[in-house]
Design a protein. Structure first.
Ligand code: DX5
Ligand code: ZN
Length: 233
């Protein structure tokens, strides 16, 4: 069983365990392919794709057709965050479009355990997302099955919101749960991550940071510096 990133970090076995997954929600949508290539070259580890339906969240973004169109532009993993309800109907389409990781909210369907199994049956990594008001306890009977846990540090729907500080306590609690499980599970945080909040999230135990505004601020010539700074220099 591989060491969890936090343990490995403490034991000095990993040099750069923090992954950056820029959210393309803050990219120029008229030049999306180019933007994905630019963040790939700038050092993004994953590409975070926010899918919103105007029903589960009050905003509408993109669907599987766009994910498929972006797939030839990078070899980096597509980290697809589904904010749609009902979600189960669309899992196959996003897997076929090229998702490597699919994350789902427990509130987005009647049976989250079944949704996780469904994602895994598609040979895609499965993640569960906790909204700011959703307790860590939700994970008790899911942690054995997921590859990733995403803590939302804003209410989902929009980029550019402020980090909700009390989610740090949730990240700390989940880091303990992951370490106790002994499973290789990534702990991701999404929303309001910038140069100030990134170190707080890392300190609390997160090892994958999603950042939209903070990655894309300043245009393509700034992406590499932005990503490097978010990662901790
Ligand atoms: C919010 C999305 C986030 C968001 C992040 O619903 O899930 O991925 O776009 O944007 P920033 O980094 O600007 O808060
Ligand atoms: Zn997201």
């Amino acid at each position: 069983m591989p060491l969890t990133t936090a343990k490995a970090k403490a034991e000095g076995q990993m040099t750069s365990p923090i992954l950056i997954s820029p959210s393309i929600l803050s990219a120029d949508f008229a030049r999306l392919g180019e933007e994905v290539r630019a963040i790939d070259e700038a050092g993004a580890d994953w590409i975070h794709i926010d899918v919103m339906d105007g029903h589960f969240v009050p905003n509408i973004t993109i669907g599987p057709g766009v994910v498929k169109a972006l797939r030839p532009h990078t070899k980096k993993p597509f980290d697809v965050h589904l904010m749609i309800s009902p979600v189960d109907l669309y899992l196959n389409a996003f897997a076929e479009a090229g998702a490597d990781i699919i994350t789902v909210h427990p509130e987005a369907g009647p049976h989250i355990h079944r949704s996780i199994q469904h994602i895994k049956s598609l040979n895609v990594q499965a993640g569960v997302v906790l909204n700011p008001g959703t307790p860590a306890k939700m994970l008790d009977y899911l942690i054995d099955d997921v590859d990733l846990i995403l803590v939302m540090s804003v209410n989902p729907g929009f980029g550019g919101q402020s980090f909700i500080t009390n989610q740090l306590r949730k990240i700390e609690a989940i880091r303990k749960m992951i370490d106790k499980s002994g499973r290789d599970i990534r702990l991701q945080v999404d929303g309001g991550i910038d140069f100030k909040t990134a170190p707080l999230a890392i300190e609390a135990g997160a090892d994958v940071l999603v950042a939209g505004t903070a990655t894309f601020r300043g245009g393509p010539s700034a992406y590499a510096d932005n990503i490097r700074t978010l990662r901790g220099g």
